[in-house]
Design a protein around this ligand. Structure first.
Ligand code: FAD
Length: 286
């Protein structure tokens, strides 16, 4: 299955994101999670890639292969490049091809002082070009409705995004956001810039206060007033915040679908209960 082609057949597309568990034992337990996620019938599942270092590629490849082989769901394999050489990326691509994994989310990766950067790739667009030269892969990219944290301004960030799309990224997945208005404005700016590939909205269902504070710091997403009020009211009551977080995410998705969004990408955090609650709330909309 070619993921970017899904969007001409179905709207909205529904996808989940999961991460490979850190410990080997947890990877064995991932089946329980996958079983529940598969029962929700996502159109594809994306698998994150560790920030580099030993074995990041192995775990992602192993989990993506499992999803394809045992659950017959197409995986979108995340691949970062700043800490890899061209030769190393070439080897990973070879293994992906051998496993029949053709859909790749090409990413630069975050700069991490503990992981040395290599000189071969500076930006994700260079990885997109390289992947396209290596074989018959279908490439997706990331985008940032609230501007990437390192970008000087929205205009230059969108110009860089255009380079990524022109290099061959046929589908984009957005960073999480909590204010749909920001996403609609972003969609409009992409159109003006001539970026017309499908853009999935990244939705992070909030389950606890610490999680959301960490996420917002990491990615620079803003919190709208109505969301802050929810945090203030329910932040110290775990179950209440969980209910409010699920309701907020469902509302966000209902509005996005009514607005004609191409797809909804749910950051499941490997929590099938969360994914299940969201899917229950939108089961007749997708
Ligand atoms: P790029 O598109 O290269 O952009 C990075 C910055 O460089 C931007 O500020 C951009 O404006 C600028 N830029 C781009 N091109 C140029 C140019 N030609 N000249 C000057 N400036 C330029 N990280 C992981 O480690 N593993 C994951 O699995 C992972 N999954 C993700 C999934 C999603 C949906 C998203 C949104 C992010 C994910 N990330 C992941 C995080 C991502 O790696 C970081 O956000 C990273 O900092 C940027 O990656 P990018 O691919 O968007 O980079």
């Amino acid at each position: 299955m070619i993921i970017e082609n899904l969007f001409t057949q179905k709207k909205p597309v529904l996808s989940f994101e999961i991460f490979p568990p850190k410990k080997e034992a947890e990877l064995e337990n991932i089946d329980a999670t996958l079983k529940l996620l598969a029962a929700l019938h996502p159109d594809f599942i994306s698998v994150t890639f560790g920030a580099g270092g030993s074995g990041a590629d192995n775990k992602t490849l192993e989990l993506a292969s499992k999803i394809r082989r045992e659950y017959q769901i197409e995986p979108l394999v995340h691949l970062t490049c700043i800490s890899y050489s061209k030769e190393e990326i070439k080897n990973i691509l070879k293994r992906l091809e051998e496993a029949g994994l053709k859909n790749i989310l090409a990413l630069r990766g975050d700069v991490n002082p503990q992981i040395p950067i290599k000189d071969d790739f500076k930006y994700a667009s260079e990885l997109v070009t390289f992947i396209k030269e290596q074989g018959d892969f279908h490439v997706s990219g990331a985008c940032y409705p609230e501007v990437h944290l390192e970008a000087t301004d929205l205009v230059s960030d969108i110009r860089h995004l255009k380079k990524k799309v022109d290099a061959g990224a046929g589908h984009l997945v957005s960073q999480l956001f909590f204010d749909n208005k920001i996403f609609y404005d972003f969609q409009e700016k992409l159109k003006i810039a001539g970026i017309d590939v499908p853009v999935e909205a990244g939705i992070m269902p909030v389950t606890n206060r610490a999680q959301i504070e960490r996420m917002v710091n990491m990615c620079g997403a803003s919190l709208p007033e109505k969301f802050r009020r929810i945090l203030d009211k329910y932040g110290d009551r775990k179950e209440a915040l969980f209910d409010a977080g699920m309701a907020y995410a469902v509302n966000q998705i209902v509005e996005l679908i009514a607005h004609g969004v191409d797809g909804i990408h749910i950051f499941t955090m490997n929590n099938p209960v969360v994914a299940g609650r969201i899917c229950e709330g939108i089961k007749n909309l997708i």
